[in-house]
Design a protein around this ligand. Structure first.
Ligand code: C2E
Ligand code: CA
Ligand code: CA
Ligand code: CA
Length: 275
């Protein structure tokens, strides 16, 4: 699913007609998803390991399709990237997440996933800035997550935008770290504020010596560059203990909580129950 447009075309076969039709339908329906209010954002907690404290939430997009039910972002984001719908969707998610975060306690950050395609918008930085002004969220409370693969695809462009984003006061996390092939040089020249270890390593950390070695290496790397490291996909206390032992800074995963309603909405729901 991570393949480029050309890869997908190369793999196209007649027997994939059904898949192609489904993709076309999704692409088509996606054009109305924002307007029809079919998109929602869920929030997954991120915790500081030294103190155990909640540090923020990652915003994760959900699409409630009228007939297909819940469609995974893994399925529809690549399609939205191909059709260009990601511009509208990406902007919607960011605005929604910033608006929600505005009503959370002031020390909590919100992390929003960025598609590399969004960096193709020349006015991308202005869009982010406008959303911050509109919602009144302090820039230091917004973190943008961008994957390693996305950065490698167009290094100079990514660097240009990320530097500008940083001047707004917004922070940048490198997502799914360890799955791409970025050089130490890329890491060093990019203005990252956080490294997120891909969940595939955390999920295998108990069984695989290699996965464990990669985690240690990423932690050493982050700390030598003075960049905090967050481990994603933490499901068990054993995984958490290992990460803590290794000096990991933050963690996120089902152990702490699944993606759920915004904490401000949960508050409202509780109020409603009491009323
Ligand atoms: P991601 O950014 O790597 O997000 C983490 C994914 O891991 C999420 O899946 C989350 O629900 C899942 N996860 C969290 N904790 C655990 C755990 O302990 N165990 C396991 N097995 N999984 C865990 P989700 O929400 O289905 O999102 C999948 C991907 O879709 C995201 O991966 C991200 O690449 C993309 N995505 C989601 N929302 C957005 C968005 O608003 N914009 C963009 N461009 N991409 C998004
Ligand atoms: Ca992410
Ligand atoms: Ca990730
Ligand atoms: Ca991922």
């Amino acid at each position: 699913a991570k393949g480029s447009v050309t890869e997908r075309i190369a793999f196209y076969e007649p027997e994939m007609d059904e898949t192609a039709r489904a993709r076309r339908q999704i692409a088509n329906d996606l054009r109305h998803a924002v307007d029809r209010g079919e998109l929602t954002v869920l929030y997954q907690p991120q915790h500081e390991l030294a103190t155990g404290k909640l540090s923020g939430y990652e915003a994760l997009l959900r699409w409630r399709h009228p007939t297909r039910g819940l469609v995974s972002p893994v399925e529809f984001i690549p399609i939205a990237e191909e059709t260009g719908e990601i511009f509208r969707i990406g902007e919607w998610v960011m605005r929604e997440a910033c608006r929600e975060a505005r009503s959370w306690p002031d020390h909590l950050k919100v992390a929003v996933n960025l598609s590399p395609i969004q960096l193709l918008q020349n006015d991308f930085v202005a869009i982010v800035q406008n959303i911050l002004i509109e919602t009144g969220l302090s820039p230091r409370r917004l973190e943008l997550e961008i994957t390693e693969t996305a950065i490698i695809a167009d290094k100079l462009r990514a660097l240009h935008f990320l530097r500008q984003i940083k001047t707004l006061g917004v922070s940048i996390a490198i997502d799914d770290f360890g799955t791409g092939y970025s050089s130490l040089d890329t890491l060093h020249s990019f203005p990252f504020d956080k490294i997120k270890i891909d969940k595939s390593f955390v999920l295998r950390s108990q069984q695989s010596v290699e996965a464990c070695a990669i985690i240690k290496a990423v932690l050493a790397l982050g700390h030598s560059l003075n960049v905090p490291v967050l481990a994603e996909g933490v499901e068990t206390i054993e995984q958490l203990d290992l990460l803590r032992e290794q000096g990991c800074d933050e963690a996120q995963g089902f152990y702490f909580g699944r993606p759920g309603l915004s904490p401000s909405l949960i508050g409202q729901a509780a109020d409603n129950l009491q009323a």
